[in-house]
Design a binder for this molecule. Sequence first.
Ligand code: SAM
Length: 296
Amino acid sequence: MTSHALHDAPHTASDHASSAHEPHTAHRHAGDHDLPELLNLDARVMAPTNAAIMGYVHAQTSGSTVRRILDVGAGTGTGAIALAQQFPQAEVVALDIAEDMLREVERRAAADGVGARVSVQQVDLNGSWPALGHFELAWACASIHELADPDAAFGKLLALLNPGGMLAITEMSVTTRFFAGTADSEFEERLHTALAPRIVGHNDYPDWTVKLTAAGFTNIVSRTFVADRALGDDAAGGRYAQAYLKKIQPYVAGQLSSADAQRLAALVSDDGEASLRRRTDLSLDALRHTWLGRRP
Ligand SMILES: C[S@@+](CC[C@H](N)C(=O)[O-])C[C@H]1O[C@@H](n2cnc3c(N)ncnc32)[C@H](O)[C@@H]1O
């Protein structure tokens, strides 16, 4: 299955260049200033699927005591908070390079009543990692593929796990659709056709099994989770579709016909007649892929 994450989907190789003097959000790809909002909307709209993934991860750890959990590239904390809720005896350490993300993790964790068990650390995972202690579970959602050297990251994660500890990686498919059964469904296909060649690494990362095996992980399994439901009048659904398509917009702009470019602009507008925020006929068709591996 070929997939790539929504949040890095339209990047190009040059997007990875960043200077040590840039602020901690500067490594983000073009158009990513809205990333925290997109991640929070993703948490709301994908909640049933995320819950299924967390349930799967929890079930796979059953029989072992999970006291410390690491969230690698935590973003706004969707995984860290869900893990703190799923493992009520555990403390969660959330790592991210971006300070605004980590402030949002703290805010959400406090609001959800797990603030005392969720701590954050600002870390550039492409550099040297600080002393973090050991963990029974490590979680990385839509983050490993953003790192310069995933092999090195897997090696470090293996060393951070206690024997028998588990690493769970989840990636988000770039092929999310919103317009099935609507007059925009063919337009959406043209959008994805235009996007496909713009996705760097589209074919080379999805099966993490090879790199996990090379790093020394064992008992590797993977599973696909499908989100397929009507969004109806869920206001977050329209805003999520808007944020998602806005993210794609700069990368397909030059590839679309002027009619399609205009349609896209109208859909992602905040308050126009055609704004996605007004739509009640949207649906969600999205995939998540999860890999689990153990430290022997
Ligand atoms: C697409 S977001 C996913 C966030 C979160 N895991 C989720 O599922 O919502 C990727 C995250 O990885 C972080 N990240 C990217 N490169 C990083 C690096 N070199 N060191 C630490 N964090 C990094 C970004 O700041 C961002 O928060």
